[in-house]
Design a binder for this molecule. Structure first.
Ligand SMILES: [Zn+2]
Length: 398
């Protein structure tokens, strides 16, 4: 133990670095965000109902099939039209929730045109991936009407796996510019840490994350040959000291070394299995409730918005489960950083920078339902408890 060091007082001192009025603003932003989840699901359901009841998907299906069954083409055309309609109808909500609101809280400086072009690019990528995925799932529904949800879970899980392996090389470069980190103390530190933790150390990248967000971020992503450490340039602009970089990058390396990616893939598989099973069981009931005409059943792509309604509602109900699975891995990554790199104050300094946009002291129930990271007050307290129990032989250079 360190003589005279009080973890509770040290935690309170860190949190007090943010003035009370900004704590209140962070609380309003965070708790308003909880409501956004609910309203987002409501918007998704309304948009799906409008598309369904307009009859446009039935016309698209009939237009493609013209009397003879062309199930693959019908699915692709209907899903594409439905997704484009969702994109257009949902645009005001998306602009409000992910651009205007962020801007009004001072969390992004991105102009609207920049946000919109990225949003549309993201939507186009999603629609292409969704058409591929839906084509496979609808084929399974036609082949195995009773057990399709079991096979579809396998397809979704494999797709998630492939997406994660390929994301660093195929998707991320579309949004940001990744360049090798410039030589210097920061790079040397991260390379030494990667070697110590057993992370590939040949690819240490910097990306222009300040383009989208003033938030402070780094990640270790990919698998096999694509794994790399990427750090936002915000880390450099905010005068991050080495202890802080070590703590944050150590946390990200923890996710990688502890295999959280595989664990999350498994958890996603379980959640998908339950969700698709419920879609199978509830489709007929919800279709009747919507009063839509001309949809013959689950295998008919014209009923796709009914699946969308079910997934929006089930997704909302599943939020606490998904958040809790992720939150546990986040606590483990903090612990990994402390055990391997012993920078409790660096971690605390990095975490304090995030409490402007994530309220630091929610109630336990609020944390379990809505937080996909442990609350910062608890994370800093864990770091200070670690510090009290593990005094450094020599003080940090910073
Ligand atoms: Zn993390």
């Amino acid at each position: 133990m360190i003589q005279g060091f009080n973890p509770a007082a040290a935690t309170a001192a860190y949190l007090a670095q943010l003035p009370p009025e900004l704590h209140a603003k962070a609380k309003a932003y965070t708790q308003g965000g909880h409501w956004l989840l609910l309203w987002g699901a409501v918007v998704a359901v309304i948009v799906a109902l409008i598309i369904l009841r307009s009859g446009v998907l039935v016309r698209v299906r009939n237009g493609v099939e013209r009397g003879k069954p062309r199930p693959w083409l019908a699915v692709a055309a209907v899903i594409a039209v439905s997704s484009l309609a969702e994109l257009v109808l949902g645009l005001p909500w998306d602009a409000y929730s992910s651009w205007w609101r962020e801007k009004s809280y001072g969390l992004t400086s991105q102009p609207f045109a920049g946000w919109l072009s990225e949003h549309l690019l993201g939507a186009v990528i999603s629609i292409v991936l969704l058409v591929i995925l839906a084509s496979l799932v609808y084929a399974l529904i036609r082949r195995a009407p009773r057990t399709w949800w079991l096979w579809a879970t396998g397809v979704v899980t494999l797709g998630f796996f492939a997406f994660n392996v390929l994301q660093p090389i195929l998707i991320e470069p579309l949004f940001n510019t990744y360049t090798p980190a410039p030589p210097g103390a920061m790079r040397d530190t991260v390379v030494a840490m990667a070697k110590q933790a057993g992370v590939p150390s040949d690819k240490i990248l910097i990306y222009n994350g300040s383009k989208q967000s003033n938030r402070y971020s780094a990640n270790v992503a990919g698998a096999f040959g694509t794994a790399r450490v990427a750090m936002s340039d915000v880390m450099f602009k905010k005068d991050a000291d080495l202890a802080e970089v070590r703590a944050v990058v150590g946390h990200e390396m923890g996710h990688y070394v502890l295999g959280h990616w595989g664990w999350l893939t498994f958890a996603l598989g379980v959640v998908t299995l339950i969700g698709l099973f419920l879609v199978d069981r509830l489709f007929g009931l919800v279709l009747r409730l919507t009063g839509a005409k001309g949809v013959s059943g689950l295998a008919d792509p014209a009923g796709y918005p009914v699946v969308g309604i079910l997934l929006a509602v089930l997704g909302l109900l599943g939020t606490p489960i998904v958040n809790s699975v992720i939150r546990i891995t986040e606590a483990q990554a903090d612990h990994f950083s402390l055990v391997n790199f012993n920078e409790p104050d660096g971690l605390a300094r990095a975490l304090v920078k995030t409490i402007e946009y994530r309220y630091d002291s929610p109630g336990r129930l609020e944390e379990v339902i809505f937080y996909d990271h442990p609350a910062v007050a608890r994370r800093i307290r864990a770091a200070m408890d670690w510090k009290a129990a593990h005094p450094k032989p020599t003080p940090s250079a910073s």
